[in-house]
Design a protein around this ligand. Structure first.
Ligand code: ZN
Length: 221
């Protein structure tokens, strides 16, 4: 299934998803649960636009590459070009939407790559590795430092985070990213996952929420 951005009311967003820029270890409690040091500078990586799939109707996971972990994250949709150290005001003005997303991760593959000091794309950017829900408009969120992200798996809340606990809050994070990678309309920034990650299995029921803003039910096919 090909992916196209849309708002929660079903309106299509006619920007292509070029790339998703992601941050690792942006919540201290999550860094600890994987026995990773808390980085002194944002740890960035990229998922290709082609690995995105919509959350609606269910999504597939690889069956033969070890553990597939869920990482629920707040996704920020870029609506205007950003590059070369934009101001916080320019960044805020360029945000077109917010959605919950899953940064699916082949955890066993990633562990091997981390051990060898290799890049993470095989673990992070396989087809289907970015699961995106529809967006609420950018102006639907008043306080970017108080956005709740929650994942419920088979009726049990597994991740329940808030952007207030980010080591790099959304606006400074986007400023930092745009200083290194030009962001284009349609690009997405994944802002890191709170504590509680774990393996997904086929048949599981998934509920993803931006608390009080949007809520979506889906399942692992
Ligand atoms: Zn992640």
């Amino acid at each position: 299934m090909s992916y196209q951005h849309q708002y929660v009311d079903g309106t299509p967003i006619h920007f292509p998803l070029g790339k998703a820029v992601c941050i690792g270890r942006n919540y201290a409690e999550h860094a600890k649960e994987l026995n990773n040091p808390v980085p002194t500078e944002p740890l960035l990586f990229i998922k290709t636009g082609s690995c995105a799939v919509p959350l609606a109707g269910g999504f597939s996971i690889p069956a033969d590459r070890g553990a597939v972990h869920f990482e629920a994250e707040i996704a920020v949709l870029i609506g205007k070009p950003l590059s070369r150290s934009p101001s916080a005001e320019e960044v805020r003005d360029a945000i077109s939407g917010f959605a919950p997303a899953l940064d699916l991760t082949l955890r066993d593959v990633q562990a091997r790559m981390k051990e060898k000091g290799q890049p993470w794309e095989l673990a992070k950017s396989f087809d289907g590795a970015l699961v995106l829900a529809p967006f609420v408009p950018g102006d639907a969120v008043e306080d970017l430092t108080d956005i709740g992200i929650r994942l419920t798996l088979d009726g049990e809340v597994r991740q329940d985070g808030n952007s207030r606990d980010m080591l790099n809050p959304i606006l400074p994070l986007l400023q930092h990213i745009a200083a290194h990678f030009s962001l284009q309309p349609g690009d997405v920034v994944l802002t890191g996952t709170p504590v509680g990650v774990g393996p997904l299995t086929s048949g599981s029921e998934v509920v993803l929420e931006l608390v009080g803003l949007s809520r979506f039910e889906s399942r692992v096919l």
